[in-house]
Design a binder for this molecule. Structure first.
Ligand SMILES: *Cc1c(COP(=O)(O)O)cnc(C)c1O
Length: 408
């Protein structure tokens, strides 16, 4: 989405790019709840289908509200980034019914039988199962590596010429381990592979992967982008606008994972406050992490904002702030973790993340229960690990709730 002025701030862009021109001059872009769009004549229908004339046809192919929301996210992911000619980078975006669906379009539009994909241990559960279970059945093989050592990554790319794509999650769920985006992109270029990133935890406010040379970004908009937990959604953003119009769009249309215009509307409302929310989420998270790391009941805190985190320096280099998700281990392991969750009075016991309230879950028995224990442990999800998405509550109320739940 291009504005007719150039805001300095990300927040101004987010707010004004969601006030998109529309036929009714509505301040907020309307929900166009219509499955199909009417042609003036048979000839117009033909022109629309052939692509000779712009215009909507059928909402699985495209819808005004979902297209508007996709444009907003593309605008934020490319905010203040220039293309090779020094002009504002123009990315293409497709809004999906879920993050999982955006990820599927991303991988299936890029890979065919015989190709390979390289990724790392700490991946979102659904992505892990899709790559290592589902894609394998289609003849797309995968290699898993520890991305903290780029020499190892290069060895694999050297050995396996069929690797066409490197998929990265940074910060990763739930260890908050980070991947060096600039380093991975340099290697990928050398070995002719594309780089895709799950930017859900960071949002474009905290991290813009296109700056480092990444090719595709996907988000579960369900999380911080929507911000209020009101709907499931996903978006795929591609730097190569031509690819997005052709291969990306074809795959999107055929898989049928289009977003609902209602959800697209909610997403646009959420995005208007993204900057202020992220600032407060991150400030609260830093205080919670400091509190937890000094607490006698806590064994270990995984938060990239802490200088003790192995990727603290990397995260400070490529992100604006560390984010608002963390995980921690209680000294009393699984039993202690269960007790802690049950003792909480204010924090919400639920999976998911990025909502205005603090969400606390137990990955081993919830989000990661579909993984083999051995793989799960390797990805940092130990039996007693607790994951927390820090919300926007008053910080004293947050610390008091956590403290009383740890004391019992
Ligand atoms: C939630 C999530 C997904 C999947 O998104 P859905 O909207 O649930 O389909 C993918 N990656 C990350 C990091 C997530 O948190």
């Amino acid at each position: 989405m291009n504005l007719d002025f150039s805001p300095e701030g990300f927040g101004s862009h987010a707010i004004h790019s969601t006030s998109i021109a529309n036929g009714e001059n509505a301040h907020l872009f309307p929900i166009v709840a219509s499955s199909t769009f009417v042609f003036d004549s048979a000839e117009q229908g033909m022109r629309r289908f052939s692509g000779e004339e712009k215009g909507f046809i059928y909402s699985r192919f495209g819808n005004p509200t979902t297209a508007a929301a996709a444009g907003v996210i593309a605008g934020l992911e490319t905010f203040n980034i220039k293309d090779k000619e020094g002009k504002q980078l123009q990315a293409g975006a497709l809004l999906h019914a879920s993050g999982q669906s955006a990820m599927a379009t991303m991988l299936l539009s890029n890979l065919s039988a015989g190709d390979g994909i390289l990724s790392h241990y700490s991946l979102y559960g659904g992505t892990h199962e899709f790559i290592y279970g589902f894609l394998a059945k289609l003849g797309i093989s995968s290699v898993i590596e520890d991305f903290s050592d780029l020499n190892k990554v290069e060895d694999i790319l050297k050995k396996h010429a069929h690797i066409k794509l490197i998929h990265v999650e940074t910060p990763a769920n739930p260890t908050m381990n980070c991947v060096d985006l600039a380093g991975i992109c340099t290697l990928a270029k050398r070995y002719n592979a594309k780089v895709t990133v799950d930017n859900t935890f960071a949002t474009p406010y905290l991290q813009q992967p296109f700056k480092f040379g990444v090719d595709f970004i996907f988000h579960s908009t369900t999380k911080f982008l929507n911000g209020h937990g009101t709907s499931i959604g996903g978006v795929l953003v591609g730097k190569d606008a031509e690819f997005m119009k052709k291969k990306g769009y074809e795959t999107y249309k055929l898989l049928g994972g289009c977003a609902s215009p209602f959800d697209a509307y909610l997403l646009m409302q959420g995005v208007r406050t993204l900057e202020v929310r992220m600032k407060q989420h991150c400030e609260n998270a830093m205080q919670v992490a400091n509190f937890l790391s000094g607490h006698p009941a806590i064994e270990k805190v995984n938060y990239n904002g802490l200088s003790s985190h192995p990727d603290h320096a990397l995260s400070s280099k490529q992100m604006r702030h560390a984010g608002a998700v963390m995980s921690f281990e209680l000294k009393q392991g699984l039993e202690g973790g269960k007790q802690f969750i049950n003792n909480l009075k204010m924090c919400t016991k639920a999976v998911s993340l990025g909502t205005v309230d603090t969400l606390i879950s137990h990955p081993a028995s919830m989000s990661h229960s579909g993984m083999l224990r051995e793989d799960r442990i390797k990805s940092g999800v130990t039996d007693g690990l607790i994951r927390m998405s820090v919300g926007l509550e008053n910080i004293n109320d947050l610390l008091n709730d956590i403290d009383q739940a740890l004391k019992k």
